[in-house]
Ligand binder design. Structure first.
Ligand SMILES: NC(=O)c1ccc[n+]([C@@H]2O[C@H](COP(=O)([O-])OP(=O)(O)OC[C@H]3O[C@@H](n4cnc5c(N)ncnc54)[C@H](OP(=O)(O)O)[C@@H]3O)[C@@H](O)[C@H]2O)c1
Length: 282
């Protein structure tokens, strides 16, 4: 049965990460609640447009001070976001070279989060829609230097296409540990990217599993399986994704759903059920 953690490069990584996007003034409360409920990984970004990284840090520090949680028990993941993905609330000087922007953004992340080491640091999206630009490689080199200096434990990417990941794998000195992507059922649950990840030893993190796949969530296939296991359709989709080998992001704002999402580690789909969902093409 898939557990709540897995080992990656000797580090214990939770298989369910609590996503902190779009929560605005509820961010700190929801992160605190998620940690109390049992989530052991949080995903954020130094991108004020969608995240309140400083509120994630406030909640994390408050929970650590309560003494029921140790820093090493929680995987903290944040991101560097290029200018095109930001609004006017920038965490760096836009006139500075890209390498300086990454440095400035990272220093601010450490300060927002109140930590010395970021467990996982992602390049939020490539700077260009196809291939990789000079800025992507420049940003990656700085991320590699954070790794060398022990300031991050993993580096990775997000919103990458398969060819972009392959290019990065060719050029990286420190290989990406994670790819975090929106996972569409209609694309075989990001089958081509997952295949590259499996071959290259990169861990795939899936987001929008429920929101991007409403047809799958509502399908009779998934709902029949849910009835058989006495679980919800949402739990079946999340469990399915775990059994495909993904690390899952969920940003639920509902405490009952937090319990449900964590409970996907308590049941198992059969191989036939997993195959059926994988190939339904919904
Ligand atoms: N790298 C990127 O560019 C990127 C982009 C988007 C998101 N992300 C990350 O991924 C995280 C998750 O984002 P997401 O796009 O997957 O959406 P999300 O914010 O997690 O939304 C999930 C939706 O599913 C519902 N839900 C969750 N668990 C459920 C359950 N057990 N039963 C019924 N409904 C349930 C939630 O409703 P309730 O709130 O009512 O439970 C919500 O409507 C974000 O917070 C962020 O950290 C990253």
């Amino acid at each position: 049965m898939t557990q709540r953690t897995r080992q990656i490069g000797g580090v214990t990584v939770p298989t369910l990460l609590y996503g902190t996007a779009w929560k605005e003034e509820r961010t700190a409360d929801l992160v605190a609640r998620a940690l109390r409920m049992g989530f052991r990984g949080v995903d954020t970004a130094n991108q004020r447009r969608h995240y309140r990284e400083a509120d994630v840090g406030r909640a994390l520090q408050a929970e650590l001070q309560r003494g029921l949680l140790r820093r090493e028990d929680v995987l903290v993941q944040t991101k560097f976001t290029f200018r095109s993905g930001q609004d006017h609330r920038l965490p760096y000087d836009p006139a500075a070279p890209v390498a300086c922007q990454v440095q400035q953004s990272f220093e601010r992340s450490l300060s927002h989060l109140g930590i010395d080491v970021v467990d996982s640091y992602l390049l939020h999206a490539p700077s260009v829609p196809q291939g990789l630009g000079k800025a992507d490689i420049e940003a990656w080199r700085v991320m590699e230097s954070f790794y060398d200096a022990g300031k991050v434990r993993f580096i990775g990417v997000s919103n990458f296409a398969p060819d972009q990941l392959l290019t990065l794998l060719r050029r990286a000195r420190v290989r990406p540990a994670f790819v975090q992507n929106r996972c569409y059922a209609s694309q075989g649950w990001d089958a081509s990217m997952r295949a590259i990840c499996a071959r290259e030893g990169v861990t795939y993190q899936g987001f929008s599993l429920l929101t991007a796949n409403e047809r799958a969530v509502r399908s009779s296939l998934v709902n029949d399986i849910a009835r058989r296991h006495q679980r919800s359709a949402a739990q079946v989709i999340i469990r399915f994704a775990l059994q495909l080998g993904m690390v899952i992001l969920t940003g639920t704002t509902n405490p009952a759903h937090m319990v449900d999402d964590l409970a996907v580690c308590e049941f198992e789909l059969t191989v036939a059920e997993t195959r059926a969902i994988e190939h339904a093409g919904t």
